[in-house]
Design a protein around this ligand. Structure first.
Ligand SMILES: NC(=O)c1ccc[n+]([C@@H]2O[C@H](COP(=O)([O-])OP(=O)(O)OC[C@H]3O[C@@H](n4cnc5c(N)ncnc54)[C@H](OP(=O)(O)O)[C@@H]3O)[C@@H](O)[C@H]2O)c1
Length: 345
């Protein structure tokens, strides 16, 4: 039987627990598609899984990674919507085709073996076909999966972003920069924060952020957002900090605005703010985001490919164990702007 290279985590205490195995290439069942994986995009979640810090269930000996792009190699006997050679990406959560995710038990690289391998067989219902005219690279396509779905969900999953509205993005990671390119293409004004002036200058030049705020040198960054918006506040905030930044996000949001609670990157404060009272005082929607559905992935893929938006990939590493460990280390070093990827073949 033909073999493939597969990464697994027999233990989950450090990224150095990653081990490489030779395993059989799977045979797709009647409703499945066999995909030759071309590229994998990393998320902070994959590091949390590898180091035992992920707060949701993970299967034993998991293959990490949720975000792939690849090419169809063969299809099961009941599959009639994909053919050999189609370029595809797969939904983060294999079960949620539309509507909210109802648990964390059906995601790749969590309770299901993930994508850090050369071949995978997945249900055709979980796949999104890339239009043949798109010249986005396999790295850019894989980078759309978790962060693209999340950013789209934040901007369109509850209230819909309108042209002319203002969106604030916390930090310059994958979710922020992907959200920024979507918001700019939709005619919104983008304000982005970072701990680094150098990163802010690059984001402004490369991705067209309208306003930038350094949250280290301007710790009261919400006041700056209010100044920029003439006291009105932002219509949407992509809240990547969590407990440590939520109070300022509510300060910075417009009355009736939307805060998408996505990440947990900032250290929690000594005393947790009264989020209920603050949200009530602003009539704000404070909405937790659980990635999103296949429908969100289809929507964001259609938008990005039809407008040829350049999905922000900062660095692409190789598929040897040494390179994969380096990719994880680079991601957690925080040097990146946008996404970190691994070229599988
Ligand atoms: N809820 C969901 O469904 C979902 C989906 C995807 C991701 N997430 C989570 O969302 C967060 C962002 O994900 P990502 O993929 O964009 O991560 P990432 O690429 O690793 O982004 C990290 C960046 O966040 C910024 N950051 C760190 N601390 C910050 C703080 N106190 N205030 C503002 N920005 C801060 C830093 O930007 P600068 O270097 O510019 O300061 C850092 O480089 C993570 O916590 C991730 O686990 C959640």
């Amino acid at each position: 039987m033909a073999k493939q290279q597969v990464f697994r985590l027999p233990q989950r205490t450090s990224i150095h627990d990653l081990q490489v195995y030779q395993e059989d290439i799977p045979i797709p069942s009647s409703n499945e598609v066999l995909i030759k994986i071309k590229n994998v995009a990393l998320n902070f979640r994959d590091f949390a899984v590898a180091t035992g810090k992920y707060p949701f269930p993970v299967k034993d000996d998991v293959v990490p990674g949720s975000d792939l792009s690849g090419e169809v190699v063969s299809v099961g006997s009941h599959v009639d919507d994909f053919v050999e050679g189609d370029r595809v990406i797969a939904s983060f959560d294999l079960k949620t085709l539309s509507g909210p995710m109802c648990d964390w038990r059906h995601s790749l690289g969590g309770c299901y073996d993930g994508v850090l391998r050369e071949y995978i067989a997945l249900p055709s219902a979980a796949l999104v076909k890339i239009p043949s005219g798109s010249d986005l690279s396999f790295a850019q396509l894989s980078a759309l999966v978790c962060t693209g779905t999340t950013a789209w969900n934040a901007l369109y999953g509850c209230s819909m972003l309108k042209p002319g509205q203002t969106v604030v993005f916390l930090g310059t990671g994958g979710v922020s920069i992907t959200g920024l390119i979507l918001a700019k293409a939709a005619g919104a004004t983008a304000i982005i924060t970072s701990s680094s002036d150098e990163k802010l200058a690059r984001v402004q030049k490369t991705y067209g952020a309208d306003y930038t705020v350094n949250y280290k040198t301007t710790p009261n960054w919400s006041q700056e957002v209010l100044k920029i918006t003439n006291g009105r506040g932002a219509d949407f905030i992509l809240e990547n900090g969590g407990a440590g930044t939520i109070a300022q996000s509510i300060d910075a949001v417009a009355y009736g605005g939307n805060i998408a609670v996505i990440g947990f990157l900032a250290s929690p404060p000594e005393r947790m703010p009264d989020v209920a009272a603050l949200a009530l005082g602003k009539g704000a929607v404070v909405r937790g985001i659980m990635v999103g559905s296949k429908e969100h992935l289809e929507d964001v893929t259609r938008f990005v490919t039809s407008k040829n938006l350049q999905v922000p990939v900062e660095m692409v590493f190789g598929f040897s164990r040494e390179e994969v460990v380096k990719a994880f280390e680079y991601l957690v070093s925080g040097q990146h702007i946008g996404k970190v990827c691994i070229k599988v073949c």
